[in-house]
Design a protein around this ligand. Structure first.
Ligand code: FES
Length: 394
């Protein structure tokens, strides 16, 4: 395996563009326990959070560097009672701001305050169009509350993206999920097929859909797109395990995306913390400009020099940039390998096997693992990969 703890031997690429998109993960705390959460499975190892003043400093530094889009995320960002203050500061700095939320805690009072602070946009997540599945997948009773929050968001005049992560259990409900988004007046609907990182990777056997399910869901989406026109823009994020070429992950490592974790670690992608050996700089002791341009972590997979074969000599490497580093690690144990989603990868068979296994198994064969502190502590402790699980509704 490529040893990421060794300093980079090669020079960094000559031209590095500034970051455009800042994701402020204000906290890993969350009232929900979603089985596909992208937070690190060992999030309990990273409990500290930046102070309000430290976040304000992050916003100022990132904006000065060129970042223009800002997402407030988590965990659940509403659990920070300084959210309105941070939104106000971001607005003054000229960011376009988006709140990425489960909706839990988004009261009329907070919506008023966020409006006054200048928040531009809200992304509200649902787990399904049915109460039973929504509540099961988040291990909470929140479906009715989310419905009320969606109405309140629209009543306050915010543009709204409804986000629903898709998988084996709710793909057959895609028509009802679209109807729900239309009834709520969402301007956008993001139907994001599960990407298998973090908790979703731990639940991969349970969540992986069949090729037939995906085909049917895509046909439903196409039909709705023709019928509803511009009324609601539907994004259908394809699941890359079913592709033959990898995605251009994050538009390239250290290319446009700068994520700041709750404890101040600077990350080139949401799940970079899963890569062993790589040390991520922290905004509490390093200026963001140095992190972006000079750090080993951000330069590690920029350009093409880090690539091995078959990527190094591939005539498509400028299109997909070798795919996703985190996926390469999860599926081949070497983050410098080609993303095995690519059928030119010698490890592509590992992806095929997962897809075939999903098609062959019975629906409730693998109970799910909820995101919670107890499971996180167990997963963080090496050797215990068998925390208590719960069967999904069939
Ligand atoms: Fe980390 Fe793709 S998710 S590089």
């Amino acid at each position: 395996m490529t040893d990421l703890s060794q300093p980079l031997a090669e020079a960094k690429p000559a031209a590095i563009a500034p970051p455009l998109w800042l994701l402020a993960e204000l906290t890993y705390r969350c009232p929900l326990h979603c089985v596909f959460c992208y937070n690190p499975v060992n999030y309990t190892d990273h409990k500290s959070e930046l102070s309000t003043a430290q976040w304000v400093d992050v916003l100022r530094q990132a904006r000065a560097l060129g970042a223009a889009q800002l997402g407030f995320s988590g965990g659940e960002p509403l659990l920070r009672d300084d959210l309105e203050e941070l939104v106000g500061e971001a607005r003054k700095l000229g960011f376009y701001t988006n709140l990425i939320t489960s909706g839990i805690g988004l009261t009329d009072k907070r919506l008023d305050a966020l409006k006054d602070a200048g928040l531009d946009h809200i992304q509200l997540s649902f787990q399904d169009s049915t109460q039973e599945l929504n509540d099961f997948l988040s291990s909470t009773r929140t479906f009715e509350l989310k419905n009320r929050v969606a109405q309140a968001i629209k009543a306050h005049g915010f543009p709204m993206v409804l986000n629903c992560v898709l998988h084996r259990y709710n793909l057959p409900h895609v028509d009802r999920i679209i109807d729900m988004a239309l009834a709520m007046g969402a301007e956008y609907l993001e139907l994001a097929n599960t990407q298998y990182y973090g908790w979703a990777h731990a639940n991969r056997a349970q969540l992986m859909p069949t090729a037939e399910q995906l085909k049917e869901a895509e046909a439903v989406v196409e039909r709705y797109r023709r019928e509803i026109g511009d009324k609601c823009k539907i994004f259908f994020v394809v699941p890359d395990y079913f592709e033959r070429r990898p995605k251009r992950c994050m538009n390239g490592w250290g290319s446009v995306f700068l994520g700041i974790a709750p404890d101040g670690a600077a990350l080139p992608c949401h799940t970079a913390r899963s890569l062993p050996g790589l040390t991520f700089p922290n905004v509490t002791d390093t200026p963001i400009k140095d992190i972006w341009y000079e750090s080993d972590a951000f330069n590690r997979f920029r350009g093409f020099d880090w690539m091995k074969e078959p990527c190094r000599s591939c005539d498509e490497k400028t299109i997909d940039l070798g795919g996703c580093r985190c996926q390469a690690y999860l599926l081949t144990q070497d983050p410098a390998n080609a993303d095995p989603v690519c059928d030119k990868s010698p490890h592509h068979e590992s992806v095929i096997k997962v897809v075939h296994a999903a098609a062959a198994r019975a629906p409730d064969e693998h109970p799910v693992l909820f995101r919670n502190d107890a499971n996180s502590r167990r997963l963080a402790t090496s050797g215990d990969d068998d925390p208590p699980t719960q069967g999904a509704p069939t």
